[in-house]
Design a protein around this ligand. Structure first.
Ligand code: FMN
Length: 147
């Protein structure tokens, strides 16, 4: 089983920490979409798509990638998001797009990530220690469960 995780992590590297933990368990290749906007996923069985949440949404480049019709029928996808304030499921919109495309989604993982954007920065930031060791363990448990 070959896995790849494509991520965007532009604020504090929070999402990167989470996907690095997952990649260790999955022996997955990790691709920063800001460095490589069109990674070739044709030889992978499992594709992770991960992003910090920016204005209630995944990073634009991840959204462009999802819309590029690059998935093959037998490929399975999972989603990862880190966010400052965790009150809704930020992976919902991408899940909906994948469903419309007939792509099988294995599930999603979301946790908080240190956030200093806007007013939160002036207040010293929120979700300061996130992703925590517990968050990283939960991330690993998530991939163990879906595989
Ligand atoms: C421009 C910007 C917009 C953000 N918008 C949201 C938001 O709408 N909801 C939220 O919960 N967090 C928001 N955040 C906080 C990030 O989602 C959070 O810090 C995340 O862990 C960043 O991940 P990264 O370090 O991998 O980029 C925003 C951060 C930035 C920089």
């Amino acid at each position: 089983m070959r896995a790849i995780i494509i991520y965007a992590s532009t604020h504090h590297g929070n999402t990167k920490k989470v996907v690095e933990q997952m990649a260790k368990y999955l022996s997955a290749d990790l691709i920063d979409i800001l460095q490589n906007e069109k990674p070739d996923i044709s030889s992978y069985d499992i594709v992770g798509l991960a992003s910090g949440v920016y204005f209630h949404s995944f990073h634009e480049k991840i959204k462009v990638f999802v819309n590029s019709n690059c998935f093959q029928k037998e490929q399975k996808v999972f989603l990862v998001a880190t966010c400052g304030v965790q009150y809704i499921d930020y992976t919902k919109n991408i899940k909906k797009i994948l469903k419309e495309k007939g792509v099988k989604c294995l599930g999603s993982f979301q946790c908080r990530g240190y956030d200093t954007y806007g007013i939160f920065g002036k207040l010293g930031g929120i979700a300061k220690k996130h992703p925590t060791t517990q968050d990283l363990k939960s991330a690993e448990d998530f991939v163990k469960k879906i595989i």
